[in-house]
Design a binder for this molecule. Structure first.
Ligand code: NAD
Length: 357
């Protein structure tokens, strides 16, 4: 492991931008993990822990560095007093996850002394957080927490952001009578459909799970489309709520909707795809801005928890996006780049790091 990581460190420019990167290697439990703290200017680094069977250690390192940088931007614009960080555990969550491995990981978390706070991401569950919490207080999203599952807050934030985007692009008041193509009917996508249906929107839905599509048909009278066609369908708004990378040079020319507003992480395959959306006259709600409801809920999950304050904070995602849209319109620059600049400007004092484009 060390050999591969050394190789990829020297080749990975993002490594130097990080405050601290710790490689966890515990042969007793089989734990192999990387914890990356990108920036703690605004507060302790907050970001989830992902467990994934990476094809190589270099791939795990690339992922954790990219994700922790993204958390710095996300947390800065979400208005939470946290910096950015992320952890990845290398392994198959179904096969390799044991209480001993999670306990060992928790001991590594303790070494940060609160400079890194984590929660669940892909491959991790509330029950895992509960095991980790027996050893360290630096974990959120446990069953004894206040906020619980973050996805309803993510969905609410996406709904607020989607309304702001529709208002900006179509000068609409609300979403009644407009059509939305929702791709991915998981925890976030299905809850988003409920908000949209209640507000009078017409829904096109797609998922690779047929039972989820049927549920959306039954509950919302939604029109099913194939996952491959979800961005092509004649809808006013496209809401990608499945996987990332869906907005790229192949798919953007086929987009019918003039607004993209969904929860999926890393929707743009590359930064240039944000430029292409702008040139194509499509208003893009930057993913890490619109999907920040979950991280906001985790940030509120502490002493003094107030559900009304949390909901108002999440609704503020709409205001952040309005500011980005207005700046983009005034300058003619893509919303994705405006968002990055606004986020970096919130990290004071200015420093001389080179952030990825
Ligand atoms: P989830 O796993 O509950 O749901 C994802 C859904 O997408 C599943 O129903 C899956 O079958 C479907 N799907 C997968 N591939 C598809 C395809 N090609 N076409 C159509 N559907 C497909 O995940 P989630 O928690 O609802 O998260 C959805 C997205 O939002 C993810 O990208 C996630 O990273 C992002 N996100 C989630 C949260 C949160 O709080 N859960 C927060 C921020 C960002």
């Amino acid at each position: 492991m060390k050999h591969n990581l050394n190789l990829s460190i020297s080749q990975n420019a993002a490594f130097a931008d990080h405050e601290e990167v710790v490689f966890c290697d515990d042969p007793n439990t089989g734990l192999r993990a990387i914890i990356a703290v990108h920036d703690t200017t605004l507060g302790p680094a907050l970001g989830g822990t992902r467990m994934w069977p990476y094809e190589s250690d270099a791939a795990a390192l690339r992922d954790v560095l990219r994700l922790s940088y993204g958390m710095t931007l996300k947390n800065a614009l979400a208005g939470v007093l946290y910096g950015g960080g992320k952890a990845v555990i290398i392994g198959d969550p179904k096969r390799d996850k044991t209480p001993e491995l999670l306990t060992s990981f928790a001991h590594y978390l303790n070494r940060f002394g609160g400079r890194f706070i984590t929660g669940e991401d892909v491959g991790m569950r509330v029950a895992d957080a509960d095991i980790i919490a027996r050893v360290t207080p630096h974990i959120r999203g446990t069953s004894s927490g206040h906020a619980g599952d973050p996805s309803p807050f993510t969905a609410y934030g996406v709904y607020c952001g989607l309304l702001a985007a529709a208002e900006h692009k179509y000068c609409s008041l609300g979403i009644e009578g407009m059509s939305v193509s929702v791709q991915g009917l998981g925890a976030v996508g299905m809850a988003l459909c409920q908000y949209l249906h209640d507000a009078g929107a017409e829904l096109f839905v797609s998922d690779i799970r047929i039972e989820a599509v049927r549920e959306a048909q039954d509950r919302f009278g939604a029109c099913p489309v194939s996952p491959e066609d979800s961005h092509r369908v004649a809808a006013d708004i496209y809401a990608p709520c499945a996987l990332g990378g869906g907005l790229n040079a192949q798919t953007i020319p086929d987009l019918t909707a003039r607004v993209v507003a969904g929860s999926a992480n890393n929707q743009l395959r590359s930064a240039h795809d944000g430029d292409l959306l702008q040139r194509s006259g499509i208003l893009y709600a930057p993913d890490y801005v619109i999907n920040a409801g979950g991280v906001i809920s985790i940030a509120h999950d502490k002493h003094g928890y107030d559900p009304a304050r949390l909901r108002a904070h999440v609704a503020g995602i709409g205001d952040t996006l309005r500011e980005i849209f207005v700046r983009s319109e005034k300058t003619g620059r893509p919303t994705s780049r405006i968002a990055d600049e606004l986020a970096l400007a919130r990290i004071a004092p200015p420093h001389d790091r080179h952030f990825a484009a």
